[in-house]
Structures are given as structure tokens and as C-alpha cells.
Design a protein around this ligand. Structure first.
Ligand code: FPP
Length: 242
């Protein structure tokens, strides 16, 4: 754990402060029902508000959702367009409710390649909720862990850093997640056991929880199971037990 990370009044041994989720399995959820993949993403987007609420009830203070990776641009155009438009709908339909619930929205990734109508909405949502404090919801959208590290290294070079000034801290401070605590728990739904370029720098000492449950089916019972399992893990951060 980085020394700069603080978890005010939070027992991270039992309850993760920061949970990151790879929402996988929308496509399979749809094909299991002879629907098209887009309908799976629709269903996947639909469950997000209740998932945020449920983690909040467990006193999780930060949630990071992987909505669209830098690699996802390689999917068929119609699927990419559907996901972008679902992100827009999500903000249109839920921003007010999230704001009322004192949730701070943050965006991780690059806004550059996003269409203006999504970029504007994301910027507006982030600005509107910037003073909220009950919970933080990070939307990783057009995000890639490696791209983020490359961008941090470029910033260090542009700022004229000498090699002896390059530290974990100077790199961390230039990532999209600068100032955020590393995830304590990373959940991946959909049965695949990999990181897929998500938070590659930040998830070094994170506890991983993989479940077969497809994202649209993920619900309060799965959340309870994941948090219980997290409470049983012994986190050592490369040290020995006390
Ligand atoms: C992975 O499932 C899911 C995605 C690549 C997109 C996730 C998007 C949403 C849940 C909706 C929009 C996002 C927001 C932030 C509102 P997959 O397509 O890889 O599923 P498969 O492995 O079963 O094919």
C-alpha cells in the first residue's frame, strides 16, 4: 500500500474501501437468450444503479467500473456505437439520482476519441458532482492501463524529470487514478480469470475475486459473497504477518 493512501474511519480488513469491477459477460448473457449482444449491454447498464447502491449499503466508499477499454474500439461498429450510447443514456437517466445520493462521478481514461455528445455529458457529470462525498463512482471509459502508464511517462518527460526523480509516487501522480487509493478488491464477472488491461499499475496488491456470474445477473447476493471472501483474505502487501 502506498504510504500516501488513507482510509478515514474505514476498516479495510473487513470491508474494501475501493472496489473495481470488470463487468464481463453481457454478450454471453444475450446469446444464452438468443438476443443480440447489444441487448446484453443494455441489461448490463440497467443493473449498474442498484449495484452502486448495494455497494454503498456495504459501506464501500469507492467503486470503479470498466465500461469500455481502449481495445474495445476493435469490436464491430454497431456494438461500439451501442455501448457509447448506453453510457450517454446512463448519465442522462441517473445523474440526478446519483447527485442526490451524494455520489461523486469521475472519469478514468481519455475523452479525446469520444463523440462530443458523450464527452460533454461526462464533463458535465464530473463537474456537477465534484463536491459530493458519500461515495465515488469512477467510470473507466476509453481506458487502458498500459495507455495510462505511457501517458504518465510522457508527462514526466515533458516536465523534464531526471531519471533519479522517477519514482512510484511521480508515476502514480500522473495516472488517471492520481490521488485515488488503489483498489482493495477487484471483481471480474463472466468466468474469465484475467485483468484485460484494467488498472495494471494500481491492482498490484489488490485482492482478486472471479465469479462465473454474468454481469447482468450480478446482484446483492454476489456482492455479499465477494465482500465476505475479501474479509477472509490476509493482505500482506509484500510484508510478513503481524
Ligand atoms: C464486457 O462484456 C462488457 C463490455 C465491454 C461493456 C460494458 C458496458 C456496459 C455494462 C454498459 C455501458 C457502460 C456504462 C458505464 C453505463 P462482453 O461483451 O465482453 O461479454 P462476453 O464476454 O459475454 O462477450
Amino acid at each position: 500500500m502506498q504510504a500516501s493512501q488513507t482510509y478515514p474511519q474505514h476498516d479495510i480488513k473487513q470491508i474494501p474501501y475501493h472496489v473495481a469491477i470488470i463487468m464481463d459477460g453481457n454478450g454471453r448473457w444475450a446469446s444464452n437468450r438468443s438476443l443480440n449482444r447489444t441487448e446484453g449491454h443494455q441489461e448490463g447498464a440497467k443493473v449498474i444503479p442498484s449495484i452502486v447502491k448495494s455497494f454503498g449499503q456495504h459501506d464501500v466508499k469507492m467503486l470503479t467500473l470498466f465500461g469500455f477499454s481502449t481495445e474495445n474500439w476493435g469490436r464491430p461498429k454497431s456494438e461500439v456505437e451501442a455501448i457509447l450510447s448506453l453510457a450517454k443514456d446512463f448519465i442522462d437517466e441517473h445523474l440526478e439520482e446519483l447527485h442526490q445520493a451524494n455520489v461523486k462521478l469521475k472519469h478514468l481514461g481519455s475523452l479525446e476519441q469520444l463523440p462530443y455528445w458523450l464527452k460533454n455529458r461526462v464533463q458535465h457529470a464530473v463537474q456537477k458532482t465534484s463536491s459530493n462525498s458519500a461515495m465515488t463512482l469512477n467510470l473507466a471509459f476509453n481506458y487502458g492501463g498500459r495507455a495510462d502508464i505511457i501517458s504518465a511517462v510522457k508527462q514526466l518527460i515533458d516536465e523534464g524529470f531526471a531519471t533519479n526523480e522517477i519514482t512510484e509516487h511521480s508515476i502514480s501522480n500522473r495516472l488517471a487514478t492520481a490521488g485515488l487509493p488503489d483498489p482493495d478488491l477487484l471483481i471480474r464477472t463472466g468466468g474469465e480469470n484475467r485483468l484485460s488491461n484494467f488498472l495494471v499499475w494500481e491492482a498490484t496488491y489488490t485482492e482478486y475475486y472471479f465469479t462465473e456470474t454474468l454481469w447482468p445477473d450480478f446482484g446483492p447476493l454476489d456482492i455479499e459473497k465477494a465482500i465476505k471472501e475479501y474479509g477472509r483474505r490476509q493482505r500482506r502487501f509484500g510484508l510478513i504477518t503481524d
